[in-house]
Design a protein around this ligand. Structure first.
Ligand SMILES: [Zn+2]
Length: 581
């Protein structure tokens, strides 16, 4: 996917953006020798193992293994694709990429058309009296806030925008592709947004990617969004993030709301870290995007049933990304927009303080579905709670198990035994799935196969020298078959095909057949075994040598000279061992 244009872009950007500067904006870096060091933004850590090399223009984390250049850092950190990252850096460092991407040129044109449309809506909203402006003013949104969000108005006519943009020479089919116009059965084009307040949707790189339109007064649908286009992917963007991103760091928190109006109202009230998912339930991509900025997420959804259900699902999605969100309970059953308007920023900030941790919220919701005075229903409720706990990390499960037991008046012991049962079942399923995926990535090699073949001939070959013992089988398949073979008693030898097949799990049978096809002459068995062990030793040493070299190269200046000497000594030692093996 990296075409010639993109390579030029990468070179251009890398030569103009200093990686230390780019990363230094979001990670606090300390000079350490010739490199810089800081806390890794891609995993949780207390002591810095994230190294940035100015000379190599490269970063590497020795904790989680993430590494790359300035562009891949921006991609990962801001959850952008290559083009998005390149654009962001180009804009921040004043690099002209206008001729760089062929396809990008096309996208740029689409952004430009969206911008034209936004200006058209904006002018209609500003320049004369209109129902859109009256509506927003009535809802208490100030002139400044409206301006900041670029709110506009689409009039009731059928072709105002269509006429305006085609008059500028823009092809009607492009407008259709962008979702700015609709097409009738008879093939007539007309404005998609009519009689609506328009909310331009802007991504973090500052491009207008789509629009949301709210009906004025009654009517359906209440909200209308641009459809998915080449420049607009709902599930990967959040409304308001283009503004909120500059404030999230300060509060170290995001307030996640349901709609455009909530975002606008909260920003006006001074809650500047409010963002909304775009007319859909929160997606894992949006959760991953949020995580790049903060792990403190407050869900503030509507008080009605639909809103609370959405909050419940949102918690699960966020938990899946490692975020333990909280849910804000707005007093008096109000929506966040109404509440903040009536009670102001301070009351909202207090409500944030009181936000309910995800586990408590989920248990409360489960409990609300049962009549707990009935023993039968109480047992059913306990079952439901256990199902929920099974999806949590062990520590979280433990915390909420204690709470739930007390709440439901059942013993912790009973609840935890039930949890064990549920987890065992789901773990077995997960294990089977994991194994499938691992098998492909770490396929069994010739050396492992020969060793396994030897073990099927004589049990004594299942014993390995101490120095290689736990490192012989690198592949999941090899380890799985070895485990099965090691479990067979010596008295069962010589093994029949039947005995073998019944010991090894079904998914390994095909590999087992291949292994059994290997022919080793009886007088060569011991020699074959020794060769395999020698090969394993070499492999282990080579892996370690690679690890040390990378560590020395990247760690230069960040590890003490004693550590460096120790690594050098180990490497030297490995090299002489390799010669001997
Ligand atoms: Zn890391």
């Amino acid at each position: 996917m990296v075409n010639k244009g993109s390579i030029n872009v990468a070179d251009e950007i890398k030569s103009r953006c200093d990686i230390v500067d780019v990363i230094g904006r979001v990670v606090s870096l300390k000079k350490a020798g010739s490199n810089y060091k800081g806390l890794c933004p891609f995993h949780n850590e207390k002591t810095p193992s994230f190294v940035v090399s100015e000379t190599k223009q490269f970063f590497k984390c020795f904790g989680c293994g993430e590494s790359g250049d300035v562009i891949s850092f921006v991609e990962k950190y801001y959850n952008l694709d290559f083009k998005g990252a390149a654009e962001m850096l180009a804009r921040d460092y004043g690099i002209d990429l206008s001729n760089a991407f062929l396809d990008q040129g096309n996208k740029k044109e689409l952004y430009e058309i969206n911008r034209e449309a936004a200006i058209f809506f904006f002018k209609a909203f500003r320049e004369k009296d209109n129902p859109g402006y009256r509506y927003m003013a009535k809802r208490g949104i100030s002139h400044d806030t409206l301006h900041q969000f670029g709110i506009g108005y689409a009039d009731e006519e059928w072709t105002s925008l269509t006429d305006y943009l085609t008059g500028k020479g823009i092809d009607i089919r492009t407008l259709y592709e962008l979702g700015l116009v609709s097409r009738s059965d008879k093939g007539r084009y007309y404005d998609k947004f009519r009689g609506r307040v328009i909310f331009p949707i802007i991504n973090v790189t500052g491009n207008i990617i789509g629009f949301g339109g709210r009906i004025i007064g009654d009517g359906e649908p209440k909200y209308l969004n641009s459809q998915e286009t080449r420049v607009f992917q709902k599930k990967k963007n959040l409304y308001g993030l283009n503004i909120a991103k500059d404030y999230i760091g300060k509060d170290d928190q995001i307030v996640l709301v349901e709609g455009y109006m909530d975002v606008v109202s909260l920003h006006q009230a001074g809650i500047k870290s409010a963002v909304a998912s775009l007319g859909t339930a929160l997606t894992p991509e949006q959760a991953a995007l949020i995580k790049r900025y903060t792990k403190n997420v407050i869900l503030s959804y509507d008080a009605d049933n639909a809103g609370q259900n959405a909050a419940d699902r949102g918690l699960d999605i966020l938990y899946g990304e490692g975020i333990k969100a909280k849910v804000l309970k707005v007093p008096e059953g109000k929506d966040p927009d109404e509440f903040v308007k009536k009670n102001g920023r301070k009351a909202f900030a207090e409500a944030i303080e009181q936000a309910i941790p995800f586990g408590d919220f989920k248990i409360d919701r489960i409990k609300a579905q049962y009549t707990l005075s009935s023993d039968e229903q109480r047992a059913a409720c306990a079952d439901a709670v256990v199902q929920m706990l099974a999806d949590l990390t062990p520590v979280d499960a433990d915390i909420y198990l204690k709470k739930a037991a007390a709440d439901l008046g059942v013993s912790e012991r009973a609840l935890s035994r039930q949890l064990e049962n549920v987890k065992r079942d789901s773990e077995q399923r997960r294990f089977a799935k994991d194994r499938d995926s691992h098998e492909r990535s770490a396929a069994i090699d010739k050396n492992e196969m020969t060793l396994l073949r030897l073990i099927t001939i004589d049990k004594k070959y299942a014993q390995f020298p101490d120095d290689v013992k736990d490192k012989v089988f690198k592949s999941r398949t090899g380890a799985g078959i070895y485990q099965a073979l090691a479990g067979i008693q010596e008295s069962d030898y010589p093994l029949t095909m039947e005995r073998l097949r019944s010991s090894v799990e079904e998914e390994y049978l095909q590999d087992l057949n291949e292994i059994l096809d290997i022919v080793i002459p009886a007088d060569r068995e011991q020699q074959a075994f020794d060769d395999c062990i020698r090969f394993t030793r070499k492999r282990i040493l080579r892996d370690r040598a690679d690890e040390i070299s990378t560590q020395m190269e990247m760690g230069e200046g960040t590890i003490t000279s004693d550590e460096m000497r120790a690594l050098q000594a180990e490497l030297f030692d490995i090299q002489s061992k390799l010669k001997k093996v």
